[in-house]
Design a protein. Structure first.
Length: 101
């Protein structure tokens, strides 16, 4: 059974969720904004314990799943985001060690 995007939107609206999202910086690129939006939604769902209320989608086999093509440029952008996250984690780690000492 396939569920349309419209059905998904109706289902999500029925949850009556309130999500406050911070304004974006002008320096963020489109890909950075989209990745940030996805992470914000996942974090919100996790902190609100909503994963069990969200619909689950299954496929009878991999042939029924949409293909996800990752092009070289997309992969470079993803790697760049991951490097930035790693740098942030390292700086947080050093700050925590400093505070702890």
């Amino acid at each position: 059974m396939r569920i349309s995007l419209r059905q998904n939107c109706v289902y999500i609206k029925q949850l009556n969720l309130v999500l406050n999202v911070a304004q974006r910086r002008a320096s963020d690129g489109r890909l950075g904004q989209e990745a940030g939006d996805i992470l914000t939604l996942i974090t919100f769902a996790d902190e609100s314990k909503l994963f069990d209320r969200l619909p689950r989608y299954v496929a009878s086999g991999p042939d029924d799943m949409p293909s996800s093509r990752l092009y070289e440029r997309d992969f470079e952008a993803l790697l760049s985001l991951m490097r930035n996250m790693n740098d942030n984690i390292l700086s947080f780690q050093s700050a925590i060690v400093t505070v702890n000492n």
